[in-house]
Ligand binder design. Structure first.
Ligand code: CAO
Length: 416
């Protein structure tokens, strides 16, 4: 099966998570992604949080599948020359170095554009260009705090809380991938490359859109009726942390199921969708609530929503999370079991869909990774293992026209 991005060559000058997540996605869809790494050490994640001594860590292998690895010291004259050759015949260069690092290396946007006017130069930074924090180095949780996610996540009586989901890293990488694909289409129209920049703060803010909605509602009316603070608690002038409350117009909460005393994940998420109230009452064996004026409308329910959740928990007390969802799904109630990573790793549906895949690796044996969450009718991304450090160096140099002797010289000079 041919892949849509076949023929697109990408210089993957990325490290850690935000950049690698972007280029990995493009590699799944057929791009030739050449990961450029410092000789000897490579991407820092190769050795971070190792579970097998001397083998590439899962942090690296799970973000760098389907790529080729070229070791190159781009601070030596020979290394710069190799990179220049590569730039001349590539379509995209992706980087997520600290602010100014690429310029210090001698590869400013102007220089790259001069070397190859068709090149798309895509960057991740912590903050956008011109922002008063644009000199800062940034990691995941820093971005979650700067992007409004932390101040609005967690419980009202606890500190700002970061999410386990990589809102700052992989999410930014996904935004960058959309930017790159857009620039590639644009290049088809104009024949010219361009600079594409995404900041981690902006990408988090983009996902916190509903919290900015809430800030404006709060400014106007002084309360937020779907938050647990309403109607009994206090609101200040900033969006509070709402615990597990539903973020949209329908109340929801994480509710205990059978076994919660010993199993930290014996819970379901239960949503009270307005028009599903009648089926909810029937499912719970509470038909009298359907027409009771204290329960019949969303507005009437809100003052005692936690009493309603407590009643639902009584109903759940003798049901596992799976049994409960199997009953509730018949009533069209939006709900799901709270799944542990162990359950996700072993979920047969996720294995069958290719969302969780097992891939071989030369040093590690096989490992689990997350495959493409995007499904196509005409493409089934095949996930391959990540490359070893410098595995494809000689092959890529030969493709660039270097002779065996020249390659040997580059090795001897420690430039590759
Ligand atoms: N050859 C020679 N030098 C290389 C090289 C290569 N192949 N690859 C990288 N380097 C050099 C860089 O040029 C830089 O040198 P200078 O400091 O002299 O300019 C140096 O390695 C270190 O790069 P860095 O500053 O990007 O790395 P760091 O570990 O200090 O910082 C990070 C890491 C992620 C905080 C920083 O890169 C950053 O803020 N990136 C932008 C935001 C981002 O993507 N963060 C998400 C990371 S995922 O959590």
């Amino acid at each position: 099966m041919s892949k849509p991005l076949e023929g697109i060559k990408i210089i993957d000058f990325t490290h850690v998570q935000a950049g690698p997540a972007c280029t990995q996605l493009l590699a799944w869809f057929g791009a030739d992604v050449i990961k450029v790494e410092r000789p000897g050490s490579g991407d820092v994640t190769r050795s971070q949080l190792r579970d097998i001594p001397d083998a590439d860590a899962l942090y690296f292998t799970m973000l760098n599948s389907n790529k080729r690895s070229l070791t190159l010291d781009t601070k030596t004259p020979e290394g710069k020359e190799v990179l220049e050759k590569l730039v001349k015949e590539s379509d995209v260069l992706v980087e997520n170095f600290a602010p100014g690092a690429l310029d210090r290396m001698g590869f400013t946007w102007e220089r790259l554009n001069e070397l190859n006017p068709k090149l798309i130069v895509a960057s991740v930074k912590g903050f956008s260009d011109g922002h008063h924090y644009d000199d800062l180095k940034v990691y995941e949780n820093v971005a979650q705090c700067a992007g409004g996610a932390a101040s609005t996540t967690g419980f009202w009586d606890g500190p700002p809380t970061v999410s386990a989901a990589a809102l700052g890293d992989s999410n930014t990488g996904m935004h960058l991938a959309i930017g790159i694909l857009t620039a590639l289409i644009g290049r088809g129209q104009t024949g010219r490359g361009q600079k594409v920049a995404v900041s981690m703060q902006d990408s988090v803010i983009n996902l916190c859109r509903v919290k900015l909605r809430d800030q404006q509602r709060l400014d106007r009316v002084g309360y937020l009726e779907e938050y647990p603070q309403y109607p009994h608690g206090e609101f200040t002038d900033v969006v509070p942390r709402g615990g597990n409350a539903g973020g949209g117009g329908q109340p929801g909460w994480v509710l205990k199921c059978k076994g919660w005393e010993t199993d930290p994940n014996a819970y379901i998420y239960f949503t009270i969708q307005g028009h599903a109230w009648e089926p909810i009452c029937r499912a719970l064996g509470k038909p009298e609530w359907i027409s009771d004026p204290n329960y019949a409308t969303a507005q009437a329910r809100q003052p005692h929503i936690f009493d309603i959740f407590a009643t639902i928990e009584e109903w759940l007390a003798d049901k596992t999370k799976y049994e409960a969802v199997d009953i509730l799904r018949k009533f069209d109630i939006p709900c799901a079991p709270v799944l542990s990573m162990k359950e996700i790793a072993n979920d047969p549906s996720l294995r069958a869909s290719g969302t969780i895949v097992e891939v071989p690796h030369k040093e590690r044996g096989s490992y689990l990774t997350v495959g493409s969450p995007i499904k196509f009718s005409g493409l089934k991304p095949e996930i391959t293992g990540s490359p070893l450090l410098g595995e494809h160096t000689d092959e890529i140099l030969a493709e660039l026209g270097y002779s065996k002797d020249q390659i040997a010289h580059l090795h001897a000079a420690r430039s590759v």
